[in-house]
Design a binder for this molecule. Structure first.
Ligand SMILES: [Zn+2]
Length: 116
């Protein structure tokens, strides 16, 4: 998602990052960005979630890479529980999608089943 705002180096203020040829051009652009921001706020409010609930969802749904404890064994990259899957004989495509212990989604994208 392209940002509409930037933070100052101190992080306290938000500022549009554009240069304008005229006052009218600046006003038009500001109104366009205001309407886009209102639409995004409405989309967010339509979800009915608090910022804390959104942060919790992101935390819960962010995939973790498995940890290779040995050639055959993989551990959840979040809670370090054994993943019920044999890395030597199994195919990554058949590996579990979620950790049975903590429920985190597991990222098998490296196809080797985890880094050492
Ligand atoms: Zn886990």
């Amino acid at each position: 998602m392209k940002r509409l705002t930037i933070r100052t180096p101190k992080g306290a203020a938000l500022k549009m990052n554009d240069t304008y040829q005229s006052e009218a051009e600046a006003k038009d652009d500001l109104m366009r960005k205001y309407r886009i921001a209102i639409e995004r706020l409405a989309d967010y409010e339509d979800m009915g979630l608090t910022p804390e609930e959104v942060a919790e969802l992101v935390k819960r749904t962010t995939r973790v890479k498995p940890y290779a404890e040995s050639d055959a064994d993989r551990l959840c990259g979040h809670c370090y529980s054994y993943i019920d899957w044999d890395a030597l004989n199994g195919r990554v495509e058949d590996a579990p999608k979620y950790c049975k212990s903590c429920g985190k989604p597991i990222d098998w994208s490296d196809k080797k089943g985890g880094a050492e």
